[in-house]
Write a protein of this length. Structure first.
Length: 115
């Protein structure tokens, strides 16, 4: 049986070259992201929208204003994703479907409608 996935969150948190963020802030954001996904049961297969996957990546080719978070499939890249911001992004964007425009660095052409 195929797994239904609602979102995949890719966070550049502790890059090898540490060119986009303080690795301590990145590590704290990554920990908060993992903890929230668990606490909010976003990995539950009983979730009708599908599960939320998360991956820590080395570099998302932005390399400034990090930690950078890419939300797939929405095509939204968030900047300066601190532990506090990650909580707001998950609760408002991932759960309620309302992206936070003030923290968006860029979008891809496939980005969901922000209105
Ligand atoms: S080091 Fe974070 S996007 Fe490149």
């Amino acid at each position: 049986m195929a797994i239904k996935v609602s979102h995949h969150l890719l966070l550049c948190a502790t890059p090898n070259k540490a060119s986009c963020c303080d690795p301590q802030i990145g590590a704290a954001s990554w920990k908060r992201l993992k903890d929230l996904i668990k606490e909010l049961r976003l990995e539950s297969h009983a979730r009708p929208e599908g599960i939320v996957l998360r991956s820590k990546v080395d570099c998302l080719r932005i390399c400034e204003g990090g930690p950078i978070l890419l939300v797939w499939p929405d095509g939204i890249w968030y900047k300066k994703v601190t532990p506090k911001r990650i909580e707001t992004i998950i609760k408002k964007h991932i759960i309620k479907g309302k992206p936070l425009e003030k923290w968006i660095l860029k979008t891809t052409p496939q980005a969901i409608n922000l209105k």
